[in-house]
Every structure is written in structure tokens, then in C-alpha cells.
Design a protein. Sequence first.
Length: 205
Amino acid sequence: MRDAFIAGVKTHQAAFNIDLPEGTITPLADYYDLVQRHNPILHLVGPCSPEEFATRHILESLTLLEFLPQGARFADVGAGAGLPSIPCLIAREDLTSVLIESKEKKTSFLRTAAAALELTDRTKIINKQFSEVTRPHVSYVACRALDKFTERLPKLLKWSGDREMLFFGNPTLGDRMREEGYNIEARLMPLSEQRYLFRAGTAKR
């Protein structure tokens, strides 16, 4: 399965305008192995093939890198398995992140993964709902999956304040962001018909 994952990354990375060196692909494969080892108990990600994990989870997460400048610090809200933050931290040693995850068992996995992948010095992991946390000192807020995302979006937008937001979701999420007064840039994910990266700054009103 590891070999199939690596093949999936190498085959499809060009479609995402990404070119990863071998020194990055190896730790990404280590991360894939960690998720697979814990997934049967923790349900970190839905069932998928190694190739789909490579595209939908890893390469999709790495599309954030284009929007994160050198030395950027970002929050990953509803971090879950560590997506999109962990792949980005693996690929860019200049990045730091605050991972916010409300479920204790998933938080424990995030700590295990950060230690195994030598990311501890560049991550802070918080086991709370984002609404229970004062927004950390970050310039960007990312969110790839959040329970009842569309329903909780207004609170997340308010929590994010004037930070640049990088949210993944379907067209409905983008519509809700516009309804809340945000001018957004919507980028369709490669190999997908419904998954978008929505980029937004301060609301226009």
C-alpha cells in the first residue's frame, strides 16, 4: 500500500502544480502509514485507496502552500488526522501551525504523528472546540473538514477575524461565505468536480 501511495503522489502531483522531492515524499509516506495504522480505531479518514489518499488528502492539502509565504504561521481548525496542516509542515520546514481538534483521541493521534514526523517544534496542538479557544497568533486560518461546517461557518468566520482564510468544501460552503459578505477566490481541486479551496480575507461589510 505504501508503494501505491508513493506512485499516486508521483503520478498526480503535476495535476496539482506540485513537484515534490524524494526527501519530502518519504515522510509523507510515513504519515500515510501512521494514518492507516490508526484509522481502523479512530476513523481519521473515510475508506479510500492509496491513490485516492495521495490525491484527495495529501496533494489537495498541499495546494495551500501557494498561499502561505515564507515563515507563515497558520491555524488548522478541526485538524482531525492533521489535514491540511501535517502535509504542509512536512513539505515546508519554514511553516508553523496551531492544530485545534476537539476529539481527545484524534488529538492524541496528532501528538503521536507530530512526534514521529519530528514536527513537535513547529506545532501546537489544542484539544478544544475552536469556539472555546482565543484565536492564536496566526496570519492564516485553514479548515478542511469540520462537523456541520456550513452551519458553524458564521462562528468560524467571526473567530477568524481579519486573518486570511483558506477553507476546503463544496459549492454550498462558498455560497454561504458570499452570503456572509466575503469576496472569495474559489479554486476547483484537480481530479474533482465538487471540491474547492475557498480563499477569503476580511468581509466586505
